[in-house]
Design a protein around this ligand. Sequence first.
Ligand code: IMP
Length: 195
Amino acid sequence: MKLCFATNNLHKLEEIQALLGTHFELVTLKDIGCDVDIPEPYNTIAENSKGKAEYVWDNFGISCFADDTGLVVDALNGEPGVKSARYAGPQRDAGDNIALLLKNLAGLPDPAARFITVITLVVNGYYHQFDGSVEGTIIFEKRGSNGFGYDPVFLPEGHDRTFAEMTLAEKSSLSHRARAFAKLVDFLKTSQDLQ
Ligand code: IMP
């Protein structure tokens, strides 16, 4: 079965394709001729994830899944949240985003945070959502050089190293994204309608 992963990140696509095996043929947005930056106008991660999958289904009629992720900080009323990629501006710069996050958190009592990923799958017009999250704390000095985004300041609960100090395999054993994708893969492999 052909399924679009609403991304142009080939690395992400290969990882999920390997988990799914040959029964599903994953294609990117570019592969289906979708070359627009799909708008993400909503106030929640779940709605933005659905919006991307819906765009592909409505405009291309291809079954599809889309993921959306945000860092949610309680003391900042849930920010950066849906604004995670562009928190400090349209340049989408991770260093700028971290600097703004630490500035806004300075002096506040509790730096509790979590990453949340929501995946929306649309198959033949029917929608399904899968989520994954990881609890943690924001620390005030950057540590580590692996990963991306907010990884150098995110200390997952129960660990003494930031995501950026972990190998990809370690991060993937507990990350928000890995947890959400595990649910998607399980659904795709076991759903009778898709066999
Ligand atoms: P996306 O929805 O996967 O594009 O993620 C949106 C933004 O959230 C990214 O641009 C990053 O700033 C942040 N983000 C997402 N996943 C991670 C992660 O695993 N580590 C650190 N930051 C992340």
